[in-house]
Structure formats: C-alpha cells, structure tokens
Design a protein around this ligand. Structure first.
Ligand SMILES: Nc1ncnc2c1ncn2[C@@H]1O[C@H](COP(=O)(O)OP(=O)(O)O)[C@@H](O)[C@H]1O
Ligand SMILES: [Mg+2]
Length: 605
C-alpha cells in the first residue's frame, strides 16, 4: 500500500504548473548533455536562423506578389521561389542536424540514467513500481528529445515571427500596426483559454466514460459472483446511472463546443475583416499605399498563427521541464556503491554473525520486521531459518546480501563489521538462490555464467552436471546455446532452479543463501534439486530457509522465527524434544509430516 502512496505523489508532481526561472535552470542541466556536440549544434542553429529569416520575409514577398504590376510579376515570382528554395534547404539541414545532436545527447542521458538506476539501493526499488521507472527511462527522455529537436526551434521561430513581424509592420505604418496588435493577440488569447477549457471539459467526459467502463470490466471479470447473487438488475442500474452522467456532461460540452466554433468563425473572420476595413480606410485617406495592404493582412495572419503556435510550445516546454525534473531527481538519488572500474579486492568471509539486529523496511519504518536478531554461524556450517510466512526469513537473507544497510546492531564477518567491507567484493563472495528463479532472456550458457563470466566450457558443464541440470540441457538440440525466456524455451520451475544452482556452483561462493529453494517443486524435481543443493552446500557456510526437513535436520543450528523474533533455537533433535513451536510446525505440514515419519523410521534402522 505504501508503494502506491509514493508513486501517486510522483504522478501529482507531474501536473503542469506555470514556468518559473528555476524551471528554466532545469533546462540548463539538459544543455550540459548537448555541450559535447556544440559545434554541430551551432551549425544547426545557423540553419535555424536562416529559416527564421526566410519565414519572416515570406509574407512580405507574398504580399508583393499579390499586388505586383505586370512587368514585376515574373521577377517577384523568381524571388519568391528563391526564398522558398532557401527555406527548404536550410530547413532540411536544421532538422537533420538537430536530430543528430539530440539523439546523441539523449543516448548519453539514457545511458547515464539507466547506469545510475541499476546502482541504486534496494530500498529505492521497493518504493517504486517497475512500470514507472520504465516510463522514466523511455518516455520522459523522449519528451526531452522532442523538445530539443522541434519545440525549441518552433519556439524561436514563433518568437521571431511575432517580434520581427510586428517590427516590419511598424516600419510601414505605426497606426495600422497598433490596430493589429490591439485586435489579434486578445483574440488569440481568448481562443487559447477557451480551447483549453474545452479540452479540460472533454477530459472530464472521458474520465466519466472510463468510470463506467470500470463497472463493465469488473462485472464481466466477476460475472460468476454477479450471477450467484442474482445482482444483474442492480448492476444494470449502477451502470445506467454512470452512463446518464456521461450524457449530461457530454451534452453540456456540446454547447461549449458549438459556442467555441461560432466564436472562432465570427472572431477570426471578424478580426481579418476589421483589419482590412481599417487598412482600406487608410488607403482611401491616402495614409497607406494600396499594395501595402496585402502585406499587412498576410503579416497579421502569420503573427496570429505564431501566437497560437507559441502557446502549444509553452505547454510542451512545461511537460519537458516536468520530465527533466523527474529525471534529474532520479540522477540525484544516492547510489549504494560507486561503480568501480578495477576488480574489487577479494575478501575472506569466514564466520558470520549478527548481534541484536533490529530492522524495519524504509517504506514502513514504523513496523519492526526483525526484533533483536542474534546468531553465530561458524565457517563451513549450516544455519536453517524456519518460521511461518511473513516471520522475517527472507528479510534476513536480504540483510546478509546487504540489500538494506540501515539497521541497528552488529553484522560481522570474520570479526569485522561487514559495513566496512567493499560492497562489490562482499556480493561477489555470496550467492543467493531464491525461491522463484528469474532467468534472463538469453542462452542457458549466459544464464549459468552470470556469476562468473570467465568460466571455461569444462567448468560450465561440470557445474551443470553437479546441479543435475546437464541431463536436460544435453537433451536440447542446441545444448548450452538454447535460448530461454520469453523468446525461447520455457523451462519448468525445477529446471530453472537447477540452472540457478549451477550458476551458484560456478560462482563458488564463500557464503551461500538458499531461500526456500525447494518449496514450489513437484516431488520428482524436488529430489533432483535437493541432491544438487546438497552438493552445493557441502562444506560451505550456508544459510538455508527451508521447508524440507531433510535440509533442516542436517543443519548445525536451527532458528525458529515468529514475527521477527527468535522463539526457539537448537538442533533438530533438541527442538523436537522440546515439543515447542518447531515440533508443532513440523507436524502441521503434510509433506514434512511424512518426512518425519520416514526419516525417523530410517533413523531407527
Ligand atoms: N520490501 C518490503 N517492504 C516492506 N515490507 C516488507 C518488504 N518485504 C517484506 N516485508 C514485510 O516484512 C515482513 C517479513 O517478510 P519476509 O521476510 O518476506 O517473511 P518470510 O520470508 O519469512 O515469509 C512481512 O510482514 C512483510 O510484509
Ligand atoms: Mg520469504
């Protein structure tokens, strides 16, 4: 639940707000990614300047063309075509160069972002949804790219058109210019606000439709429940109510839209008519040359259009700044270790101990998950963790892996505080075989060598054999090169488990952690996996979280957890004699019950 809270806050942050100077300084950070390409960027900017100039001249030449005399007509047309050719060529290079620069800058940004994210601590990931991070890497960077290639150019071109256009007009007739400035921008601004209001309104209608669709989805997904309670009529009326809301809202929206389109027609053509009327009046008074009127009208239209375009650009910029903020916010998160270039120094794990460890997850700081945990695990021995689900077993595994570092108490290896040891070295010395093994899309070879990329073929095959995986790998026509995962062969749970064991064997860890590695398997593969695990654990310092009695009973010590506290500890025999929670747990579980009887029988023999 707490995850939800976090992400929805992030979502709210993305709401648009007016741009401030501080926001613009965000964009500066983006420019640091453009810096390596500044020469090319300046060339692109030069082409942008050309297109700005040519667009500014366009209405002038067009006006000239319209009012040119017979002898000037050809010359004006040639000028016009020349201008268009220049504009097209410059526009082409502007786009191509901006795309090249942006894509290179974006690639660097994406690599930095991903490279940073994978180094963030687990605490960061447990408070985010994977989908959200995906979209940060993909769509927020794309948004920024769009801004750098198109929006910025449009912004500058629009701005130059408005300012330059007005200046050119003022040069010819201040009076008519003032008139245009008084008529066009207010009209454009009212249009923009009206348009935005209508879009917002349309969004409300959409939301209402979505709400009604939720009913449809829910009831069809749970149609059995609906029918079992004979609630069809009730659902119908619930749906009908929603649909009537949609109608009410949509019809009201229809009035607004009708008014809007009338306003546009009346306003736009009215404004043009006004300008023409005023200009024509001036022509009659002799205050303006007749051929200048066309030019004026064209500039008025282009300036109006540019003001409209600028508003879109503004909205785009807001979005890009939101995206920049989130991305640089992520880049500011503290990594758990600085990425090291050189191989990290090897360390001696030796015996492992925890003393009075108290821990809460950062997302639920008020809920203690481990309460005063202490144990001593001598080198080469096995510690088994037993307890109901939710008692904190996997959490201990996470602390051992140093996924979470903020906890009270001592965690030592070979007598040294683990927190002082290099994190990369520490994790290189450990292997974790989780309950649910995720294989990466790739070949079996790649998946086995994930923990030791330098392994030779002989080593890989040996590990696979010891993990009881070689038999089924050999059975595939492509052997080790068989692709697994979404686009390849689907492996069964037991097969995946054995690949994970081969992976761990190849890594040859000093401390092995098995988290319920056999709990989700059928008895056939369970036997094969168990055998492989025994080989993997032999003589190795291991922490096992186990369901299987055969694993637990061989452990040198067993810790029984309840709600994050140790309630019993000892060997299997001692705990069985105690007839406490452990004995109870063992008896309660069917499979284990059978094990106890069988193994106790074999003990007697
Ligand atoms: N990432 C997490 N964030 C917050 N709470 C968690 C997280 N993982 C586990 N917990 C909580 O910690 C407690 C112990 O969980 P866990 O160690 O997974 O138990 P076990 O492995 O014994 O089933 C549970 O109450 C669980 O809800
Ligand atoms: Mg668990």
């Amino acid at each position: 639940m707490s995850r939800r809270r976090n992400t929805s806050q992030d979502g709210a942050d993305k709401k648009r707000k007016p741009l401030s100077l501080k926001d613009l300084s965000q964009l500066r950070k983006i420019f640091s990614y453009l810096r390596p390409h500044r020469v090319l960027w300046i060339v692109g900017f030069f082409f942008l300047l050309i297109t700005m100039g040519t667009s500014l001249l366009f209405p002038k030449l067009l006006g000239g063309l319209m009012s040119s005399s017979a002898e000037n007509l050809r010359g004006n047309m040639v000028q016009m075509m020349g201008l268009l050719a220049l504009q097209s060529v410059a526009g082409f290079f502007r786009v191509v160069i901006f795309v090249i620069v942006t894509e290179r800058a974006l690639a660097a940004l994406r690599e930095d972002l991903y490279g940073h994210l994978v180094h963030l601590p687990m605490a960061f990931f447990s408070s985010r949804r994977v989908g959200e991070l995906n979209s940060r890497v993909a769509s927020d960077t794309a948004q920024i790219g769009e801004t750098l290639t198109t929006t910025l150019a449009e912004f500058l071109r629009g701005l130059s058109m408005v300012i330059g256009g007005i200046a050119i007009l003022a040069f010819t007739s201040i009076k008519l210019t003032l008139f245009i400035v008084a008529v066009i921008p207010p009209f454009m601004i009212v249009t923009l606000f009206f348009g935005r209001f209508i879009r917002k309104y349309a969004k409300r209608v959409q939301d209402e439709v979505a709400a009604s669709n939720t009913i449809v989805e829910e009831t069809f997904a749970g149609i059995q429940t609906v029918k079992a309670f004979a609630n069809e009529a009730w659902e119908r009326s619930r749906y009908a109510k929603r649909i009537q809301n949609v109608v009410g809202l949509a019809v009201k929206g229809g009035y607004y839209r009708g008014a809007f389109s009338s306003f546009i027609t009346f306003g736009l053509f009215g404004a043009i008519a006004l300008v023409i009327w005023f200009g024509a009046g001036m022509v009659h008074e002799g205050e303006l040359a007749a051929e200048k009127l066309n030019e004026f009208i064209l500039y008025a239209l282009f300036i109006g259009g540019s003001i409209g375009g600028l508003a879109n650009v503004y909205a785009q910029l807001q979005k890009a700044i939101g995206a920049t903020e989130t991305i640089f916010g992520l880049l500011d998160e503290t990594v758990e270790m600085e990425p090291v270039q050189s191989p990290s120094p090897p360390i001696e794990v030796g015996s492992v101990a925890m003393k009075d460890v108290k821990f809460s997850y950062p997302t639920r700081a008020d809920v203690p998950v481990l309460k005063s945990l202490s144990f001593d695990l001598p080198q080469g021995q096995t510690l088994a963790l037993v307890g109901k689900s939710g008692s904190g077993k996997s959490t201990i595994a996470s602390l051992l892996m140093r996924f979470y570092t903020a906890f009270e108490g001592d965690f030592t290896a070979n007598g040294k505080q683990v927190a002082t040891l290099d994190l990369q070295s520490w994790r290189s010395a450990l292997a974790l075989v989780p309950q649910d093994v995720l294989l990466f899309g790739g070949t079996i070879r790649e998946n086995i060598t994930y923990g030791n990329t330098a392994a030779s073929d002989a080593m890989i095959i040996d590990a696979a054999k010891q993990a009881n995986a070689w038999e089924f790998i050999e059975g595939f026509p492509e052997g080790l090169e068989t692709t697994v995962g979404d686009r390849g062969v689907q492996l069964s749970g037991g097969q995946r488990q054995r690949i994970a064991i081969a992976r761990a064997l190849l890594k040859d860890p000093q401390l092995l952690i098995l988290d319920e590695a056999t709990s989700a398997l059928d008895s056939e593969s369970e036997h094969l996996v168990q055998e492989a695990l025994d080989r993997l654990m032999k003589g190795r310092t291991s922490v096992v979280i186990a369901h299987r009695l055969s694993t637990i009973r061989k452990a040198h010590q067993i810790i029984v957890l309840e709600d994050g506290a140790i309630i019993e500890r000892g060997t299997h025999e001692a705990l069985m004699k105690e007839a406490g929670t452990y004995a109870e747990l063992i008896k309660l579980q069917d499979v284990m019950g059978r094990d106890v009887r069988e193994e106790e029988k074999s003990d007697q023999l």
